[in-house]
Design a protein around this ligand. Structure first.
Ligand code: GLV
Ligand code: MG
Length: 315
């Protein structure tokens, strides 16, 4: 299936240090989420909502998007995956009802590129029918099983609407029969990092296509130190953010996925020094010394990453 080319929206990438899960069936949480300092909210129609509550949740989400105050937050709705019978109505009800107040649709359990392209095509038809700007609504793809991971390169290349690849550890661990019940923690009996390959695989596919990479949930919601440790692992690799399931995890995510003040200041210093040394006044050098450190074009690129994350975090 082919999909008409969609123009890339101008405001990508958006900050996503903390991506707050909000059950679409809970008017109380839909209200409360608006006042919390998460970079992104995703209003859930999938696993947080019981089958009989899904229809009502679609309408609660439309209402919350249209009437709520979501200033400063990326607004995402997670629909059900294509193997269910709910997906098309999730998308049609939410996007027809609140498409102008919605930034992205999150598609869970993505297994191949075609599933993303099908969502892209449906979004395009709805945008045309409703007179919305075509291509403005982005897509987030969750990788939650072996087939999705094996196809992640093609998935990451599948649509200009794609903004992020999201790791779904709970479903993923279940799908590969990993012997653990504690999401994010190492399975007993294995003394290396069981997540390293998966996280890196997703990160490589995301970066190849200029997408963000987001780590999924940490379910022990009262253990903020555990959250920081697991989030820190993903942040160190280069991930852009992580899901948060509880208000108590939000500040931790915002901190962990922003650079330290020291690293941010150092990055800005490298950028200033490099700009000077490569200018006419600085002798148009290719590399230069900053204190005891040699800096060159690669240093500038590394500094740009840290400085970009810092600026996005308001530093
Ligand atoms: C998230 O959806 C997960 O399965 O971890
Ligand atoms: Mg899942």
């Amino acid at each position: 299936m082919t999909s008409p080319a969609s123009p890339a929206p101008v405001d990508r990438p958006r900050p996503r240090r903390s991506c707050l899960a909000v059950p679409g069936s809970s008017p109380r949480f839909l209200e409360k989420a608006q006042g919390l300092p998460a970079d992104q909210v995703f209003l859930d129609l999938e696993d947080a909502v019981a089958p009989l509550a899904k229809e009502g949740a679609r309408h609660s989400i439309v209402d919350a998007l249209n009437k709520g105050d979501w200033t400063g937050k990326t607004r995402v709705v997670r629909v059900n995956d294509w193997t269910t019978s709910w997906t098309y109505r999730d998308v049609i009800t939410v996007v027809e009802g609140a498409g102008q107040n919605l930034d992205c649709v999150m598609l869970p359990k993505v297994q191949d590129a075609e599933q993303v392209r099908t969502l892209d095509l449906l979004l395009t038809q709805i945008e045309r029918t409703m007179g919305f700007e075509v291509g403005r609504i982005g897509i987030e793809a969750q990788i939650e099983n072996a087939r999705g991971l094996v196809n992640v390169d093609a998935i990451a290349a599948s649509s200009p609407r794609l903004e992020t690849i999201v790791f779904g550890p709970a479903d993923f661990m279940a799908s590969i029969n990993m012997r653990t019940l504690v999401v994010g923690e190492q399975p007993p009996g294995y003394d290396a990092d069981a997540y390293h390959y998966i996280l890196m695989r997703i990160l490589m596919a995301a970066r190849t296509h200029d997408l963000q990479a987001i780590d999924g949930p940490y379910l022990q919601i009262r253990d903020v130190d555990g959250f920081r440790r697991v989030a820190g692992r993903a942040a160190a690799l280069g991930y852009d953010g992580k899901w948060v399931l509880h208000p108590g995890q939000i500040d931790a995510a915002n901190e962990v996925f922003a650079p330290s003040q020291e690293d941010y200041d150092h990055a800005e210093l490298i950028l200033d020094a490099y700009e000077y040394h490569t200018s006419e006044a600085g002798g148009k050098k290719g590399s230069a010394m900053l204190g005891d450190e040699m800096i060159d074009e690669a240093s500038r690129k590394m500094a740009l990453v840290v400085s970009g994350k810092g600026r996005a975090a308001g530093m």
